[in-house]
Design a binder for this molecule. Structure first.
Ligand SMILES: NC(=O)c1ccc[n+]([C@@H]2O[C@H](COP(=O)([O-])OP(=O)(O)OC[C@H]3O[C@@H](n4cnc5c(N)ncnc54)[C@H](OP(=O)(O)O)[C@@H]3O)[C@@H](O)[C@H]2O)c1
Length: 278
């Protein structure tokens, strides 16, 4: 990718949410390598400070860290205040998490907090920073991180898959609405990816999953190329694209949900499944 063209379109500052781990950390690394100054957001101040110090040392960039819980419905106002003096040109709305298990076994407040993080926070980022870009920038970009779980109903990840489908349709529609404005919008739709959230999980048997996890590097590279080219949706990895094609062209929605239900039920222990009625 042409770094000069990327910097001139999106520089000098980018913001990455969920920047302390996994895919977000990889975004921070690759953007820092291109010379972007970075606003780093997650909940843990110590972890943010550690990432900021290592990026400044490695790439000589400027950083600002902001500790916020993005499942808090009021996060946008303090976030905008904290960056008011910065010329931001790229937002990576990445922070997210899943909660594996049958919907009715998970307490409603937990599901609601997950929905705020995985869906509503992306709406706030899109509106909050989209309007800022329209006011202040000729060119800018928004990247939203969804998931291949969004491509079909996914039993035992029902709330997560629903929220990620929202993110995919939000970002792709925004891409169309923003045509001709100079503001790009791209949704990254990763499949299983080697991050702590995936590789450290103990709730399901990962060996039964059909898709091997990808490394974060090509996943993030595809997203950065995608936003440069203003692609509405980027699905990294051939196998993930084949699964997407099958889901849209070969299987019915019911068949997809049934197939994923079988896979997830095989991987999950009984404690995560619907309790049998006695
Ligand atoms: N890994 C995969 O296989 C995979 C596949 C498809 C999609 N994704 C998506 O990719 C994104 C990144 O996932 P990952 O695998 O890289 O996860 P990860 O390694 O667990 O990193 C998640 C990051 O988000 C931050 N975060 C979590 N909850 C937050 C909250 N409430 N407020 C603010 N920050 C929060 C975490 O920091 P703190 O905990 O310190 O806040 C951390 O920096 C997510 O949206 C995920 O759904 C991942």
């Amino acid at each position: 990718m042409n770094k000069t063209a990327f910097l001139s379109r999106f520089g000098p500052w980018a913001m990455v949410t969920g920047a302390t781990s996994g895919i977000g950390r990889e975004f921070a690394d690759q953007l820092a390598d291109m010379g972007m100054n970075l606003v780093l957001v997650s909940r843990c101040q110590d972890a943010l400070d550690g990432v900021a110090a290592s990026l400044s040392k490695r790439s000589g960039i400027q950083t600002r860290t902001i500790a916020l819980d993005l499942s808090d419905p009021g996060f946008l106002a303090p976030l905008k205040t904290a960056i008011a003096d910065i010329d931001l040109g790229l937002i990576v709305s990445n922070a997210g998490a899943d909660h594996m298990g049958a919907l009715l076994r998970i307490p409603l407040p937990d599901l609601q907090a997950m929905q705020r993080l995985n869906a509503a926070s992306h709406l706030d980022m899109a509106h909050g920073f989209g309007t800022l870009f329209m006011e202040k920038r000729k060119t800018a970009g928004l990247i939203f991180v969804s998931s291949t779980a969004s491509l079909q109903a996914t039993p035992l990840l029902a709330n997560y898959a629903g929220a990620k489908a929202y993110v995919m349709n939000l970002g792709a529609a925004l891409n169309s609405e923003l045509q001709g404005t100079g503001i790009h919008s791209t949704v990254l739709v990763p499949g299983p990816t080697k991050t702590p959230a995936f590789t450290d999980r103990t709730d399901i048997d990962l060996k039964t999953m059909p898709m091997p996890p990808m490394k974060t590097r090509p996943v993030v590279r595809a997203a950065l190329q995608g936003v440069m080219q203003n692609k509405p949706i980027v699905i990294p990895g051939t196998l993930n694209r084949v699964m997407d094609w099958m889901g849209r062209r070969v299987l019915t929605r019911g068949m997809s949900a049934g197939m994923w239900g079988m896979l997830m039920n095989k991987a999950a222990p009984d404690t995560l499944k619907v309790k049998p009625r006695v």
